[in-house]
Write a protein that binds this ligand. Structure first.
Ligand code: FMN
Length: 383
């Protein structure tokens, strides 16, 4: 039995539990490790090439059970601003994704695409489809500045159909499920957040109304892909440059927000935090004050959760884009304790897997104790 630990006086927990298989519907995973979705903009004209397939297959050969792909644009002209971020529509792009799926499967792993629409975060100077205005729930940036235009009710129908079309393409292309990007201040999160959703047509205002459109998308996808195709939904409290933002101020609000999504058909909630060990509601009393957001999510909804955020590293990912952004590797004791306590089912790993495709295998053999040289040079990976 392999044991990994920081220098502590306590008996280290075994990592073996994280190497047990896990299945939810169409998603049959060999272990509990997922590669976190990470945008990289290396798909010229939006078409992922063999290099992209090899990039993901390398992580599977290195032990990762589930690849969650970089964010990929759903078929809406205002989904995102960049030509080299992979599209999830059009024969050429989907043929590229088929190569990726086949390579990952051949290496013994599972793969789901992260379906993405940036909403207002696409900005006002997009390189892809520059003639099309950026769209969002209320035409407001995360800072409350007017930008682009607000969705009309007809737009919402088209938008719902675009998400469904992407989900159906994922199934037809052979993916093992899908992830909806509902986090970090992008489109679905713009519906959920009170500051970016001031709609008065039943899709904005109260928490319940703000949850309505994302839940309708999930329900429409579920109807189109059938009962067995796994739907993962990624959400976060934080937004880019608004790290202290909260969609839900209390566990009661969190339950009110997540329950409609689960009722609509979400199978797994991917709870994006920047530090997996942080308490979600530290102001609460007793042991509840310690529970992380993935733990709360699982407790309140009963569905499996994915935790994420600085696993194995000593700095958050948003500092990675600064001159002193290099993180160093740490132990995973706290993660193992959370797993033992039943707070999560899967763990997503981002930068550690960028830096070292073999990270998962090395965790098992105890060989991760070296500096992770993830630093500023990866900035161009994002844009
Ligand atoms: C280069 C880079 C690109 C990212 N792109 C995405 C993305 O496309 N979608 C997403 O949901 N999160 C994205 N993230 C966030 C990661 O999925 C993950 O939540 C974050 O890096 C924290 O995990 P880590 O501390 O293990 O790196 C990105 C992170 C990095 C470093």
């Amino acid at each position: 039995m392999t044991e990994i630990s920081e220098a502590t006086d306590q008996t280290p927990l075994p990592v073996d539990g994280l190497f047990e298989p896990f299945t939810v519907k169409s998603l049959a995973l060999k272990n509990r490790f997922a590669m976190a979705p990470m945008t990289r903009a290396y798909s010229p004209d939006g078409i992922p090439g063999q290099d992209v397939a090899d990039y993901y297959a390398r992580r599977v050969s290195g032990g990762t059970g589930l690849i969650i792909t970089e964010g990929t644009y759903i078929p809406d002209p205002s989904a995102g601003p960049f030509n080299s971020v992979p599209r999830f529509y059009g024969e050429d792009s989907l043929a590229g994704w088929k190569r990726v799926v086949d390579s990952v499967h051949a290496a013994g792993g599972s793969i789901i695409p992260q379906l993405w629409h940036l909403g207002v975060e696409r900005g006002d100077r997009p390189r892809l489809n520059p003639e099309v205005a950026s769209t969002s729930p209320s035409g407001l940036t995360l800072d409350g500045v007017p930008l682009g235009r607000e969705f009309s009710t007809t737009d919402l129908d088209d938008l719902r159909n675009a998400w469904v079309a992407a989900a159906v393409s994922a199934k037809e292309t052979g993916f093992d499920g899908i992830e909806l990007h509902g986090a970090h201040g992008y489109l679905l999160d713009q519906f959920l957040w009170e500051k970016t959703n001031l709609r008065t047509d039943g899709y904005g205002g109260s928490l319940r109304a703000r949850t309505r459109f994302p839940a309708e998308i999930v329900a429409a996808i579920r109807e189109a892909v059938g009962e067995d195709f796994a739907i993962v939904y990624r959400y976060s409290q934080w937004k880019s440059n608004h790290y202290d933002a909260r969609l839900a101020q209390t566990p009661t609000e969190l339950e009110a927000m997540l329950t409609p999504l689960v009722d609509a058909g979400v199978d797994v909630l991917h709870v994006s935090t920047r530090r997996h060990w942080e308490a979600a509601f530290p102001e609460l009393a007793g042991s509840d004050s310690q529970l992380g957001l993935a733990g709360w999510t699982k407790r309140l909804t009963g569905v499996p959760t994915i935790t994420v955020g600085s696993v194995g590293l000593n700095k958050v990912f948003t500092t990675a884009f600064t001159p002193d952004g290099a993180a160093e590797s740490t132990g995973v004791d706290r993660l193992l304790q959370q797993y033992e306590d039943g707070e999560f089912d899967l763990v997503a790993v981002g930068r550690a897997l960028l830096a070292d495709p073999e990270w998962v295998n090395k965790l098992r053999t105890g060989d991760t104790d070296k500096q992770i040289a993830y630093a500023n040079e990866h900035r161009e990976v994002l844009y």
